[in-house]
Design a protein. Structure first.
Length: 478
């Protein structure tokens, strides 16, 4: 039973809300007033027409006054549509209240005057007006003035132009009084119950809003704590990375010296072991440097040192630095420089670090075919950028790994469990560096056919900033 009532109430609410214009819905208080207005006009005529209906049965000669009363009460159904089509809520409210004045005072005029059985309905006029208009003192004064003016006109008309004699029997008028009073009581009860429901929903909404505000406060506190923890982590990592780099440099240096001694003595077994130590030392030092740089970027402590560089020569030098790795694998490494590359004001070390990682990955995962680096300058004066595309014909990247490729510690595996970026930090650091310089990196790939990484960097340094939001996840190639 409760479920059926709730379902019916929800249907009524949706029906009522359909008539409310958008500009009224935007204000919570106005929306509640409009709901009171609409529920009154949608349901009220059913109860109001009880009076003219009773008159048709009780009055021996019901004439045009009874018909006019029925028509004016039925016309209340028009106002929801007028509100829906034209808006202007306050206007239709006062027009409707004026129609209510006419209905009630007209029935009193023809059926008994101040002793009319329909007189109790007069009390609903200011009640409904205040329901419709809310707490606005100005509008309430207008409503009271409207009520006073109509009542004064009624008294004057009744005094100077008395209505024709009424032939309705006294017993019929008494029956009409009972019917009218019950209908009026039902109408007022309906409005009071709906008003209570609106107030209750407002209380529930306020409680929900307080809950949301408490949750938002907790989230702000959690965010502040996370930022403090992140700053502490960055400081710790930076300190530990510094402490790790010193002994690592010693390991790399001593292993290099021992390699040279072993080479002089032609000790192949020692050379193989020392090369593993030397390579592992470089790998670990690279990991420490990547962690340190990422921590600096996240903490907003990495400063750019821009300088003017000749774009073509600079990119060519970065590619040439990676060429021995390509030659060792037998992979052609090509460079295609576009026209009018000119100069750019970049932090050379950071561009070399970011682009070098991308080219290194392309070589690492290309067993056959080639790697090509294309460079072009795009845009107009003062807002141009340099676009560097790194094409490879390597193993490609699985579609499920591509969207997360630039996340930290992301591992993209092929059939031999190889992974991009070695540590899972290389590409993430490259993206962070490009973002710091006002650029970005995107990637498209087809598994088994190769990948294209596009590095876009502004030719001029960006405004000084601490952080830049992470770029959108790369999309799959069509």
């Amino acid at each position: 039973m409760t479920t059926a009532v709730a379902h019916a109430t929800n249907l009524l609410d949706r029906f009522i809300d359909w008539f409310i214009p958008a500009e009224v819905k935007a204000e919570r208080e106005k929306r509640q007033q409009a709901r009171m207005f609409l529920i009154s006009h949608c349901c009220g005529p059913f109860l109001g027409n009880v009076v003219p209906g009773a008159l048709f049965f009780l009055d021996p000669t019901p004439g045009w006054p009874t018909l006019m009363l029925a028509v004016s009460i039925t016309s209340f159904w028009v106002y929801p549509f007028l509100l829906k089509w034209f808006g202007r809520y306050n206007l239709w409210t006062f027009v409707s209240v004026q129609n209510l004045h006419f209905c009630i005072l007209e029935s009193c005029y023809y059926y008994g005057g101040v002793t009319s059985p329909t007189l109790p309905w007069v009390l609903t006029i200011p009640l409904l007006a205040f329901f419709y208009l809310g707490h606005s003192p100005k509008l309430r004064k207008y409503a009271l003035a409207q009520f006073g003016l109509n009542f004064a006109l009624f008294v004057a008309l009744y005094h100077f132009a008395p209505p024709p004699a009424d032939d309705t029997p006294r017993e019929a008028l008494q029956g009409l009084g009972i019917v009218s009073t019950l209908a009026c009581a039902g109408y007022v009860t309906m409005m009071a119950l709906y008003y209570r429901r609106i107030l209750q929903s407002g209380v529930e909404l306020e409680a929900e809003m307080r809950g949301h505000m408490a949750t938002a406060a907790q989230l702000r506190r959690a965010t502040a704590e996370a930022e403090r923890a992140g700053a502490a982590k960055a400081e710790f990592v930076a300190s530990m990375s510094h402490e790790l780099r010193t002994p690592l440099n010693a390991v790399i240096g001593y292993s290099q010296m021992l390699l040279e001694d072993a080479a002089d003595e032609d000790d192949q077994e020692a050379i193989a072991d020392l090369e593993k130590i030397h390579k592992a030392g470089h790998h670990l030092l690279r990991l420490v440097n990547e962690v340190l740089d990422l921590s600096k970027i996240e903490a907003g402590k990495m400063e750019l040192v821009p300088e003017d560089v000749a774009v073509g020569e600079f990119i060519q030098a970065i590619v040439d630095h990676q060429r021995p790795k390509a030659d060792a694998k037998g992979v052609p490494l090509l460079v295609e420089l576009g026209p009018a590359l000119g100069t750019a004001r970049w932090d050379g070390q950071r561009v070399r670090q970011a682009l070098g990682q991308v080219v290194d990955n392309a070589i690492k995962f290309t067993e056959a075919g080639q790697v090509k680096v294309r460079v072009a300058r795009r845009g107009g004066r003062g807002s141009d950028s340099v676009v560097i595309e790194v094409h490879d014909t390597g193993i490609g990247i699985a579609p499920d790994m591509l969207p997360n490729l630039f996340e930290k510690f992301t591992v993209a595996r092929d059939a031999s469990t190889s992974k991009y970026g070695d540590t899972g930090l290389g590409l993430s650091l490259s993206l962070a560096l490009c973002n710091l310089m006002g650029g970005t990196i995107t990637a498209v790939s087809q598994l088994g056919k190769g990948s294209v990484f596009t590095v876009t960097l502004p030719a001029a340094p960006p405004a000084k900033r601490k952080r830049r939001p992470r770029a959108e996840a790369p999309e799959l190639a069509a």
